[in-house]
Design a protein around this ligand. Structure first.
Ligand code: HSE
Length: 440
């Protein structure tokens, strides 16, 4: 059988990894795929840089549309990133009857519904293993390995940059800004780290996993997104004293009222395996009714780990390109016509537990007042720590940190109580609130 011809839109870190791994493992990959996989063309505006990567092994073009127009190319791999041009090119490739592989989580989380509908109508595949957690085969697991299950929840450390920053903050007791600067100097964090540190990248990935776990369209616009920029080193220390680690989690849960989809820092018990995922590594826990708890761990970024995922998609397509479209694995794990209409719940309806840190005047009755306000809202307390008082004001007023762990309550209820507690004269600074997930 003739090799399948592939065109890469964009060639940089991931593209060069795809080239190298295909070259190195071509023989085994061909034995698995049943036919060879040949990158016949790549596009990049800077032709010299592209040639430096591919040499004479593939045609190099400046215009990505030259690849889309090439009748010999069956699979287009989109590695340009971003929303607009990538969307146009992917839709054009689909219209031209090409199968598409993409690592672009932002594109699919926002425009997935349009792209999957176009692909379904044209009878082509859209594969995106590299879009979530890099080299970890989590898409394959959700779409195929776990199909027997009614999935109940999933939670993941799905952004390596923020996990690296949190690990450094914990190990070295440093604050966020210092570690971010170090991470940028070392090349771990982008020059513009907004998507990573504000939780947006993780929310794109959580959106895709949520859609596949629960059989609903992508709903990024309804996701709750909070990053790590406000985290203080002292909260990481207090969490540690209470037996917890703070991680940026992407969480999606099925509840009787709807689907929770949220990204925010969370305390998780230090004894959980996922709490011990350090540095730039990624991990995802998926809980299914039949299988129980499963954990997927590995590198979430990097040239060859991401190439591993891209090539797995190429092999899938090489195997299935001739099959009837109805016999292929659906884009979002559930058949397109069978996607549900459950909506993502507003954050106020989410049920979770909390870590609270209050900077309070060290006076008689403050703790009693705070706990009374929580009790009046039926919020049960799990643990309390009060640090030794320290003198802070010129008048010699003593202040102290009051740390409270609560049991579960609705976020809306917690918001109301926190507004009341914040208004107490004895509360001297904005209250810190971090959600807590037991992941049991
Ligand atoms: N910037 C991402 C991370 C990798 O830090 O995990 C690509 O999604």
């Amino acid at each position: 059988m003739k090799p399948v011809k592939v065109g890469l839109l964009g060639i940089g870190t991931v593209g060069s990894g795809v080239f190298e791994v295909l070259r190195r493992n071509q023989e085994e990959i061909t034995r698995r795929a049943g036919r060879g996989i040949e990158i016949s063309a790549v596009s990049r505006r800077d032709l010299e840089k592209a040639r430096a990567i591919v040499g004479d092994a593939a045609r190099v073009v400046a215009d990505p549309r030259d690849i889309i127009r090439d009748p010999e190319i069956e699979i287009v791999v989109e590695l340009i990133g971003g929303y607009d041009l990538a969307r146009e090119l992917v839709l054009e490739a689909i219209a031209a009857g090409k199968h598409v592989v993409t690592a672009n989580k932002a594109l699919l989380a926002v425009h997935g519904t349009e792209i999957f509908a176009a692909a379904q109508a044209r009878g082509v595949m859209v594969a995106f293993e590299a879009a979530v957690a890099g080299g970890i085969p989590i898409i394959k697991s959700l779409r195929e390995g776990l199909t027997a299950n009614r999935i109940q929840w999933l939670a993941g450390i799905i952004n390596g940059t923020t996990n690296f920053i949190l690990s450094e903050m914990r190990d070295k007791g440093l604050d966020f800004d210092t570690v971010l600067k170090q991470a940028q100097a070392l090349g771990y964090a982008e020059a513009d780290p907004t998507f990573d540190i504000e939780g947006i990248d993780a929310a794109h990935k959580a959106t895709l996993m949520s859609a596949m776990a629960f059989g609903v369209p992508v709903q990024f616009d309804r996701a709750y997104v909070e990053g790590i920029t406000q985290l203080a080193a002292q909260d990481i220390r207090y969490a540690e004293m209470l037996g917890y680690r703070i991680k940026l989690l992407g969480i999606s849960k099925r509840t009787p009222e709807g689907i929770e989809l949220r990204v925010h820092p969370a305390l998780i018990p230090a004894k959980r395996l996922i709490a011990n995922v350090e540095g730039a590594m990624n991990a995802v826990v998926v809980q299914g009714d039949a299988v129980g708890t499963t954990l997927y761990y590995g590198k979430g970024a990097g040239s060859e780990p991401t190439a591993s995922a891209v090539i797995a998609d190429l092999v899938d397509i090489a195997r299935l390109a001739g099959a009837d479209a109805s016999q292929r694995v659906p884009y979002l794990a559930f058949q397109q016509h069978a996607l549900g209409d459950e909506v993502v719940l507003p954050m106020a309806q989410v049920v979770t537990s909390y870590y609270l840190r209050l900077r309070v005047a060290d006076e008689t009755g403050v703790l009693a007042t705070v706990t009374r306000l929580l009790a009046e809202a039926s919020i049960s307390i799990d643990a309390v720590i009060q640090r030794e008082a320290d003198q802070v004001s010129g008048e010699g007023e003593n202040q102290t940190d009051l740390i409270i762990l609560t049991h579960e309550t609705r976020e809306g209820t917690m918001n109301e109580v926190l507004a009341r507690i914040q208004a107490l004269p004895a509360v001297k600074a904005p209250i810190t609130r971090i959600r807590k997930e037991e992941l049991a």
